[in-house]
Ligand binder design. Structure first.
Ligand code: SAM
Length: 204
């Protein structure tokens, strides 16, 4: 059966989401090569985004969105929710935009900037895949274009902590490969998946 004649409701964009390998073909080779270490696998995207898209119209922010894999997957699996990403590397944001055009999803916005420029109160729920890790010595880097330091690691974590702390009760957070210290007081783990690498939190 061709993609065009598929009975699926999502039409031609389905082929991109059939596997991680298919999805990565949305990107140039150097971004594909980074996928295994740096971009969330689709089965994790599916589980995390389902937890976050708890109510229709929910606005979900991916904190450090890379080339938009979590946002695009989340938008595809949860058409009633809106996915936003903030990313500090302009090339990744550009490829997120191109990928969005190719899959034809409207409920995704990937923004260029540093997360410290963002007021989290504009969003309902959050996804975090250990985005500041690169700043620690001895870790895999996405590229050599940025300055990395432990003080940036601490600064970003402090900002994240403060913003999440200000969010109201009911706020959901999904962390992948994260340390438990990332969630401020008041956030409780309500479930885990993927060998406990994926954690689901709700602020009570
Ligand atoms: C591990 S990747 C995850 C990408 C995406 N969330 C995913 O799951 O596929 C983390 C991303 O966070 C970005 N990042 C790290 N610190 C950031 C900051 N302070 N502001 C914006 N983006 C940041 C990095 O450039 C990188 O693309």
């Amino acid at each position: 059966m061709s993609f065009a004649s598929s009975t699926s409701l999502r039409g031609h964009s389905d082929k991109w989401f059939e596997s991680d390998a298919n999805f990565h073909h949305l990107y140039p080779l150097y971004i594909q090569a980074l996928a295994q270490r740096h971009w969330t696998p689709l089965r994790v995207v599916q589980k995390a985004s389902k937890f976050l898209a708890a109510t229709p119209g929910a606005k979900i922010l991916d904190i450090g969105s890379g080339p938009g894999k979590f946002c695009l997957g989340g938008a595809y699996y949860n058409p009633d929710a809106f996915f936003y990403g903030i990313e500090q590397r302009s090339d990744l944001v550009r490829y997120a935009f191109i990928a969005k055009e190719m899959v034809g999803l409207n409920n995704v916005t990937c923004m260029y900037g540093n997360l410290t420029e963002l007021d989290f109160s504009q969003y309902d729920h959050f996804y975090f895949f250990n985005s500041f890790y690169e700043n620690l010595p001895g870790t895999y880097k996405i590229d050599d274009k940025l300055t990395y330091s432990r003080s940036l690691y601490n600064q970003y974590n402090r900002y994240l902590y403060t913003q999440l702390e200000r969010m109201p009760a009911g706020t959901r957070l999904a962390t992948y490969h994260g340390a438990e210290a990332e969630a401020p007081h008041g956030y409780h783990i309500v479930g885990t998946d993927i060998d406990h690498l994926l954690k689901f939190w709700i602020k009570l």
